[in-house]
Design a protein around this ligand. Structure first.
Ligand code: ACO
Length: 377
């Protein structure tokens, strides 16, 4: 009797979690029990990281202390800057992966896999991640990295390190919400990858490095970059129908649509849609939002009955683009938000660990006769 193969581990439950709840049919997402809509509208990224890592919303004093810890941990060692300089020609996600890996050499608790140390390391990595991404972006332009600014919040400091300019409040708030929306998402591919690494009792830096590598692909975090490329190729709303038709008729996919779990609209998309609309009008470039709206409402509307709706990446790319962020940085921004989620997933894995090691049915040849190299055709 051949084993039942569950390709892509679709719909397989492999453990329990208290990290996030997703109802894919209803389009509902909770972080630690709190609705993503409340968090996106009322919280800050710092508060959400605290919620994810410590399991409850902070009071004012707890938030203040946590925020100070985050601000105090933003610097990365000069040696890591030198490593980033050596790999400055690489894609920002490759640089982030390399930078996080290099940070392991300088973290005093790298080998401590207790839940407490894992959370402390996750806080440090969340604080240091933006410094890696911004430093690499400056170095690849032949510019000096900008030092972290402890007077700015997490999102504002990242933008300042990227562009050497203090961002306005609207821009900071936009990125803050974007980080919140990307912070955690259950057993997505990159978090699962991170958990597999943690399950061998490796360490958090290795697991987050895994997470960055898994997130990079266009079937996961890479979609935002592809969506904006598509919008640029389409150019004007009236070209959208033919452009998408060509892709779909040839068996292709429209990036930013579909999801393994959501068969209704991804609840995170709502917040980015509205912000993309407002921003595109504010900067006097409404046609990008019009193109995306056309693709969503006129072309992909036909796919809704098959459970294919916009996902979080569809409007994210347009926001980054309109903020003047280069397209190859889009996935890195996703990753910076997700370090908190990867940390939480790894802490859960370490707390009640079992090696994650599934099986594959062998379908190759059996018991072949070994031929010496000189006798082979
Ligand atoms: N455009 C057109 N058709 C699609 C799309 C899409 N974006 N997504 C899925 N489909 C179709 C598939 O062609 C397939 O059709 P078929 O049954 O006729 O062969 C059907 O829907 C099911 O697709 P699967 O790939 O089997 O579904 P899966 O759950 O494995 O895919 C995935 C999920 C990879 C996200 C897919 O929807 C996709 O490739 N989307 C585009 C990339 C993207 O936006 N990724 C970001 C995901 S969100 C995130 O990671 C943050």
């Amino acid at each position: 009797m051949p084993p039942e193969i569950i390709k892509g581990l679709k719909d397989v439950y492999f453990d329990t979690t208290t990290s996030s709840f997703i109802d894919g049919q209803e389009g509902k997402l909770l972080y630690r029990g709190y609705n993503i809509h409340d968090l996106a509208e009322k919280s800050t990224f710092e508060e959400v990281v605290y919620l994810l890592l410590y399991g409850k919303l902070p009071n004012e004093q707890q938030l203040e202390e946590f925020d100070q810890t985050m601000r105090a941990n933003r610097r990365i060692p000069d040696e890591v800057i030198q490593v980033l300089d050596l790999v400055k020609a690489s894609h920002p996600m490759d640089a982030l992966r390399t930078g996080i890996s290099a940070l392991a050499a300088f973290d005093p608790e790298v080998k401590d896999n207790s839940v407490e140390a894992t959370i402390r390391k996750g806080v440090r990595l969340t604080a240091q991640g933006p410094t890696i991404v911004a430093a690499h972006h400056r170095l690849r332009q032949g510019l000096e990295p900008v030092a972290p600014d402890p007077s700015l919040n997490h999102a504002g400091n990242f933008l300042k390190m990227l562009f050497d300019e203090v961002p306005d409040k609207d821009t900071t708030d936009l990125l803050d919400v974007d980080f919140i929306l990307h912070a955690e998402h259950g057993s997505n591919a990159s978090s699962f990858g991170a958990r597999v690494t943690a399950s061998t009792i490796s360490d958090l830096h290795s697991a987050v490095t895994t997470g960055v590598g898994v997130l990079k692909g266009p079937a996961h975090g890479g979609a935002a970059e592809e969506v904006m490329k598509m919008a640029l190729d389409i150019g004007q709303p009236e070209n959208a129908e033919e452009y998408c038709r060509n892709i779909l008729d040839n068996g292709g996919r429209i990036m930013g649509f579909g999801h393994r779990v959501y068969k209704a609209e991804d609840p995170r998309a709502r917040h980015l849609r509205e912000r993309s609309r407002v921003l595109s009008e504010k900067v006097g470039q409404p046609h990008w939002f019009q193109i995306l709206t056309y693709v969503e409402e006129e072309v992909m509307v036909r796919y809704r009955s098959r459970g294919i709706f916009v996902n979080v990446d569809f409007f994210a790319g347009s926001i980054y683009y309109l903020l003047g962020i280069p397209d190859d940085l889009f996935i890195s921004i996703f990753a910076l938000g997700r370090i908190a989620g990867w940390t939480l997933q790894c802490a859960e894995q370490f707390e009640d660990n079992i090696l994650l090691r599934p099986l594959m049915e062998y379908t190759g040849e059996m018991d072949l006769e070994y031929t010496a190299i000189g006798d082979r055709a």
